[in-house]
Design a protein around this ligand. Sequence first.
Ligand code: NAD
Ligand code: DAU
Length: 339
Amino acid sequence: MNIIVTGGAGFIGSNFVFHMLKAHPDYRIICLDKLTYAGNLSTLEPVMDNPNFRFVKADICDKEAVEKLFEEEKPDIVVNFAAESHVDRSIENPQIFLETNIIGTSVLMDACRKYGIKRYHQVSTDEVYGDLPLDRPDLFFTENTPIHTSSPYSSSKAGADLLVLAYHRTFGLPVTVSRCSNNYGPYHFPEKLIPLMIIRALHDESLPVYGDGLNVRDWLYVEDHCKAIDLIIHNGKVGEVYNVGGHNEMANIDIVKLILKQLGKPESLITYITDRKGHDRRYAIDPTKIHNDLGWLPETKFADGIVKTINWYLENESWWQPIVSGEYMDYYEKMYGDK
Ligand code: NAD
Ligand code: DAU
């Protein structure tokens, strides 16, 4: 089985590459990644010499490069993780989100049509459903919840999802889509809440909490997401959408306090800052379908996963230190400077 994994030098994609090489030692995994600011080749260092792994630096929007790779590798499956993934950046500069997340997806699917494929899998997000109110804890996102996006990021992901489902209906492309809640774990880029707070707390720097800190996210350990995608590409039904989440809702402020407690740092580091524009209030996934149809259940409890994650950042400073120096500091100043 030849599998092209796009965006495999990013957070979830790299964890998926590791998972697949371990779970399916007879598969060949080809990672296609543009290595944007969020892609990190050092993450893939441990598998670079694996004869079943190949890394190719390319842009999913580059039709020629994508077709060349399809000709060379004749993939059975494509799993598309490649995306611009950070909501805050999409508020600053929406254009690149439309290019990568929508046009890039169409380029990949056109190559799948041209060369033939057993499965095209689109890695999507619960953000396509918009948000839920805090005072209705009985409400959850199901696969039938209407698409109702808030940010340029989620709109670009929703556009891609619709295109993927249209390619199935119009051209019969064998697609599946997964919509997952917030992931956390190793190799999470330090612009996102959990790694940002861990690293800033380690440096005794202020922890910027947006608005009142009461926004709720539904956290899933990254390995559980990877296992869900593995199940979907093998056993999922073509043309279907699967929600992925572990019923682990937490308010942002509680996560930040938990990180501080675990690191033995004072809560006085918390600084409430201007809210994110269009900030979604609550995400909560109903994972009944993937549980009933494919037998998926999350394996890592948040209490264990967050400790594992904090310890990973403590033990892998050599991974994140080069990231949080240089350009990243300019990013931090630009995004947080006047808030
Ligand atoms: P990430 O930002 O950490 O990684 C994205 C990767 O895609 C990087 O390696 C980057 O270099 C690569 N990339 C970007 N543009 C590219 C292009 N034009 N061509 C080729 N490669 C390109 O993102 P992530 O958090 O790992 O998310 C991966 C996917 O999962 C995304 O599609 C995201 O929408 C989705 N998702 C993420 C989460 C989450 O909590 N992080 C939850 C649900 C869904
Ligand atoms: O729900 C899935 C989505 O989760 C994915 O589709 C996105 O790719 C991924 O980035 C993530 O989006 P969020 O916007 O939920 O994640 P982020 O880590 O940016 O923020 C999590 C929450 O923390 C959110 O309510 C905003 C808040 N926050 C974030 C940052 C970076 C803060 O309060 N302060 C911060 O500095």
